[in-house]
Structures are given as C-alpha cells and as structure tokens.
Write a protein that binds this ligand. Sequence first.
Ligand code: PLP
Length: 355
Amino acid sequence: MPRAWVEVDLAALVRNARALAAHARAQLIPMIKADAYGLGAVPVVGALEQVAPYAYGVSSIIEGEELRGAGIARPIIVFTPTLPDDLARLRAAGLTPTLASVQGIQAWQALGGGDWHLAVETGMHRAGIAWHRVGELAEAMRGCPPSGAFTHFHSAEADDGSVAVQEGRFRAALAAMPTVPPLLHCDNSAAVVRRSPSPWPCVRPGAFLYGIGSGATAARHPEPVVHLRAKVMELRDIAAGEGVSYHQTWTAPGPRRIATVAVGYGDGYRRHLSNVGRALFRGREVPVVGIVTMDMTMCDVTGLDVRAGDVLTLLGRDGEAVIGVEQLASWGQVFSYELIAGLRQRLQRVYTGAE
Ligand SMILES: *Cc1c(COP(=O)(O)O)cnc(C)c1O
C-alpha cells in the first residue's frame, strides 16, 4: 500500500467539464498539457471522452503521441509552436499543428496540408503571429487554409479590460484572413467563468477541470478533483518546550501529540508549508508543525484519536471539510497550477469515479 498518494476524482472532473460547457455554450477543447496538469493525461482523457469534446489541447508532439497511443481518435491540437522540421513527425501521429508563419504554413502544405490552427498574438508576446501582421500570411493561407484560429488571454482573471482589448485585436486579425475559419477559440478557464455564453464556438479550459478556481469573484467554482492523502507512520507524545524537525522552528507550548506522515517536499509538498500548512483528520483541521522535510511532515494531532496507519488529507476533501488548491497554494507561496503540476510521480495516482 502506498504511504502517500494523489487521489484524482474523475467523476468530479467530468462534472466540472459539463458545468463549463453548459456555462460557455461552446464546444470544449480541454487542455491536457503537462500530463493533464500532473494528474495523468491518459486517465483524464479517458474520463473526458464522456463529454465528447471537440478536441484535446497538448503542448508537445510527445504528449499528443501518448494520447494517440491510448486510442484517442479526436483531433489533438499541439499549442506550443512546432518547428517546421518537426511537422513531419507531428503529422505522422495525426496531430493538428498551430502555425504562425509563412514558412510553417508552406512546410505543412508541402507535407499534404489539412487541419491546422492559426496562432494569433494579441498582447501576451509568447507565441503566434502579431494580430496586425496576419495579412502577411494571407497568400500562404489561401494555398493552405486553416480550420481554426485562436489567441490566448494574459489576465482573464483580472477584470482589467484586457480581455476586450485582446479580443478587439483578434477580431482585426480575423478580418485580415482570406476566409474566417469555423473553429475560433480564445477562452481559458478564467474567461469562461466570467461570461456566459462565450462569444466563440470553442473554449480551452484547463485549470477549472482540475479543480482550480479563478478567484472569489468568479461566477462559477469547480468541485475539488485532487486529494493528497498520507498515512500516519508514527506518533509520539512530547513535553512542553520540546522542538520539532530541523532547526526546531516549532516548540511545543504544552504536552503535545505529534503525528508523522510520509510526505514532504520531495513529493511536491512545499517546504514553505512548514508551520503554516494544515491537514485534515476526519474533517478536523490539524496544523503542520516544524519544518517540512524531504520525505516526512509532522502534524499536531493533540486530543484526537489518531493511530498509526490512519490517513491525513493534506489537500482536498475529507468528510465535510476541504483544503482547496488555492488555499494550500497560498499557504505554500506557490501558484495553484504549479502546486498540482508539481506533485511528484513518487506519489502514486489513485483514480476514483471512473465509469
Ligand atoms: C494552458 C492553456 C489554456 C488553459 O488555461 P487555464 O487557465 O488552465 O484554463 C488555454 N489555452 C492555452 C493556449 C494554454 O496554454
């Protein structure tokens, strides 16, 4: 049996996906990059097949090949730019590229053309053709028309007007295309939850599916999907004045019962959680005490009937109580996406709620 594990609730994931699709009234392109934000791309996609998304989004050819290898037949769009030399391999795997240059479009056409999406850069300065230069690709697009076009918002969670600015630029880019393709998509999770319906036929959520919300003001909040659980390996009673863990940063204010769980920063449970993290035991909060070590973390369970082998929940739901991803991320001084994508493979993945 694992000493600590990540439980992924696939039924909650599917409910989050259905809720977003209904809210956006658009087709989904779930983002499965980085192994589905660390949760496991193949099981996640296996569950999402129930909601019949238009396509899946990945970041690399290798990620796309993994999904094809698992028997996924829907379009798989590679969102990180692909160098022209790598397009042959992308094509051999039956993937859809995102392109943004004459050279790229011509290389794709030379391989036989077909499904591709135009990446339009509207302010993030990360990837894509600048919106005001799309006309330069018009001739290449006439020879090899795209099936879709998209841009990406840099601050959709901020309510700062930037979405409208970026969308204005995107519309200008569409006007410069010889024909406007049918598959247009801009919205990440934060954009989807902020408006209903989406002005675009497809949306590209990632975070929301995996239980990461986009702030208290968002119109919708996801159900928790990721639960980090660890077994109590040992218990000890310590006296007032005794310290716990490296550097003895925590000292018992009175007699205390200390539980050791086998999870630490080597699993992605951040060292910043030392003395500020909290865990759940049968719905009750218990504080992390002392420094989080690479393999072990200590919690103060004084007054609770905890035994060796019992399970503490460090992230997610335990009974009625929940430690949300944003909450744990803020305690750990890490970005919520980075927290779940950073849960290491040493933590076994346990999937629940699969059909
Ligand atoms: C990661 C990503 C998304 C999804 O963003 P979330 O904030 O996780 O919903 C959408 N589009 C692109 C291009 C991305 O890279």
